[in-house]
Design a protein around this ligand. Structure first.
Ligand code: NDP
Length: 329
């Protein structure tokens, strides 16, 4: 008999989540039936959407949602032999049983030298988010200027690098000086600390006096209201995330965006990466190739221990992560 540890939502978050809002539970797993397999989480992903979904889709007592890289430890399903690694969407659990549906095998070409946790980051959902957001939503073209915020995070750091690979000028901002130094190391043309800049308006003008063709927005709120005034005519804005608003109990108020949208004839489109699920495999291969060639660099903020899932999640919301936040069980 296997006992799984799981983290559940004890109490709905108010503002920034607290460790006391989570509860660790033990669940005895039944014996496998024909067609089933038992999986053990190796790496679990820590993502901002968990905060957003908690208030929209969860009730107290529900297991926290999320994806993991997991190893098959027992199998009565011929498609998954013992030792096979998969990406699963089974929430904050150490062990779980699956009938195989929805499990995604790691690409057979996965190099031994790369950590499998990258399947939750640069060669996973965040990588695809950066790729499709830039190419399909921003419709970025070589020679254009791209602005990205939360730029030292999982998605943002890839947005900037992909834009550089495709011959654009890139401006990024992040919330600490070490993060800004990291962006420069990654090859961003301009980078600044939005927390210490005396004026966001001035920092955006200085970084690109001619304005921005594309804005990959991970943050929303006040940052977006200021940035929109720096768009070039016919600029495109990909609304990827609004992390500055996820902890709000009371919705933020204006300034409102309609006037600059009209005068600059902007396009602004929200998106969810799963729109391009049918192209996922093909584009994961591109991301993996760029990583192997050294064109795309990655950094992971690895927290050790399943018991530290809540701390890693809270830390990410506070900006403590550089690159992709993951937990190693
Ligand atoms: P990150 O790795 O970027 O981690 C979150 C970062 O957000 C923190 O490190 C912090 O960096 C920044 N942040 C936190 N609070 C604020 C705030 N109040 N104002 C400005 N920045 C803040 O996370 P991801 O890369 O996983 O996600 C980035 C965004 O993309 C999120 O909004 C997420 O919801 C969204 N997303 C959307 C997807 C989609 O399909 N649309 C898919 C995946 C992610 P700093 O120190 O710089 O402040």
């Amino acid at each position: 008999m296997v006992t799984a540890k799981v983290w559940a939502l004890k109490k709905h978050f108010e503002g920034l989540p607290k460790t006391g809002d989570f509860v660790l539970k033990m669940i005895e797993l039944p014996k496998l039936k024909e067609g089933e397999l038992l999986l053990e989480s190796v790496f679990l992903s820590i993502d901002p959407y968990m905060r957003l979904y908690s208030q929209k889709d969860m009730k107290e007592g529900d297991i926290m949602p999320g994806t993991q890289v997991a190893r098959t430890v027992e199998s009565k399903n011929p498609a998954f032999t013992v030792g096979t690694f998969v990406v699963a969407n089974s929430g904050w659990r150490t062990h779980f049983i699956s009938d195989g549906k929805g499990l995604q095998l790691l690409p057979p070409t996965w190099p031994e030298s790369l950590p499998r946790s990258l399947a939750l980051g640069a060669v996973g959902m965040p990588g695809l988010t950066a790729y499709f957001g830039l190419l399909e939503v921003c419709k970025m073209k070589p020679g254009e200027t791209v602005l990205v915020n939360a730029a030292a995070g999982a998605v943002g750091s890839l947005v900037g690098q992909i834009a550089k690979i495709l011959d654009c000028k890139v401006v990024g901002c992040a919330g600490s000086d070490p993060k800004v130094a990291y962006l420069k190391k990654l090859g961003f043309d301009e980078a600044f600390n939005y927390k210490t800049a005396t004026s966001l308006d001035e920092a955006l003008s200085k970084a690109s006096p001619d304005g921005y063709d594309c804005f990959f927005d991970n943050v929303g709120g006040e940052f977006s209201s200021v940035a929109i005034n720096h768009m070039k005519k016919y600029g495109r804005i990909a609304v990827c995330g609004a992390i500055s608003q996820y902890n709000d109990s009371v919705p933020q108020k204006g300034p409102y965006i309609q006037v600059p949208m009209i005068l600059k004839e902007l396009q602004m489109e929200g998106f969810i990466v799963y729109r391009w699920d049918n192209r996922k495999e093909e584009d994961l291969k591109v991301l993996l190739k760029w990583i192997v060639e050294g064109k795309l660099k990655y950094h992971e903020q690895v927290t050790e221990g399943f018991e530290n899932m809540p701390a890693a999640f809270i830390g990410m919301l506070k900006g403590e992560n550089l690159g992709k936040a993951v937990v190693k069980v």
